[in-house]
Design a protein around this ligand. Structure first.
Ligand code: BGC
Length: 266
């Protein structure tokens, strides 16, 4: 699954799924823009160094994806450095959990800003660039590819996480609408919906043996996911091997969506 001569922007690429995606895309030959918050410069440089050491090409680009001026500036500097963009992995996401009656507007707003508005802003800049550049049939069958990082919580309601679940529900229809709007231009837009993947976002759910055992009750396949599980799916979904896949959600969740509570019940 080679991505030679393609330029990929990965948002939130300093840790977790984003970091793994950046490494995997660079390993497949893409030049990777490692997006990070200004405060995460060291972590971003570490990802860039890891990619360079393995023979790949990457550079760090700061932007808070929830801020329009920063996103516009970031895409301009990626295009200045690398010439264009072919792939966007709309990955940056956060949780700010609270019981609903305690949830502050700030907690609601920040999660929506990063997880949903961030995907809107980055997709808009990426698509503007795809359209400006035009087809390069020797590089890819598509004009551009966008992966929207969603979650099983685009479908599974999640108490104490109203902001997060609402943001991922929004991502689903944003993704499908973009796929509908830009199919005729050969822009592919799809989602990946991970289940429980071992990253810092859900550390409390796996860091003790008891917590992990509880978590695994929700996963028919019987193990927590690893970031490599998701990166493999991303590689396929941005490559021409999936050229006819459009407007879809690929669940990478060990079967979490299969309602395991009903196995011996109902
Ligand atoms: C959340 C994780 C959670 C997983 C499964 C993800 O979208 O970010 O915290 O473990 O869904 O519930």
């Amino acid at each position: 699954m080679r991505l030679d001569r393609q330029i990929a922007v990965v948002t939130g690429a300093t840790s977790g799924i984003g970091r793994e995606a950046a490494v995997a895309l660079a390993g497949a030959g893409a030049k990777v823009a490692v997006n990070h918050l200004a405060s995460e410069k060291d972590a971003a440089e570490a990802v860039v160094a890891e990619i360079s050491k393995a023979g790949g090409t990457a550079a760090a680009f700061a932007a808070d994806v929830g801020k329009e001026d920063e996103v516009v500036k970031m895409f301009a500097s990626v295009i200045k450095s690398y010439g264009t963009v072919h792939i966007l992995v709309n990955n940056a996401g956060i949780q700010m959990d609270a019981a609903f009656t305690d949830m502050t507007l700030a907690q609601w707003q920040r999660v929506l800003d990063v997880n949903l508005t961030g995907q809107f802003l980055c997709a808009r800049e990426a698509i503007r660039e795809f359209l400006r550049r035009g087809m390069q049939p020797d590089i890819s069958r598509a004009l551009g590819k966008i992966i929207c990082m969603s979650s099983v919580h685009q479908r599974i309601p999640w108490a104490h996480h109203a902001n997060y679940a609402a943001s991922k529900g929004g991502v689903t229809l944003l993704m499908q609408t973009l796929a509908q709007e830009f199919s005729s231009r050969r822009i592919r837009v799809n989602s990946i919906a991970p289940g429980a993947i071992r990253t810092h976002i859900n550390r409390a759910a796996w860091e003790t043996p008891q917590a992990l055992e509880e978590l695994e009750k929700l996963i028919p396949y019987g193990r927590i996911g690893e970031t490599t599980d998701v990166a493999e799916a991303i590689l396929w979904l941005v490559s021409d091997h999936s050229d006819y896949v459009q407007g879809s959600t690929l669940y990478v969740d060990g079967g979490m969506m299969l309602y395991p509570g009903f196995k011996d019940n109902g």
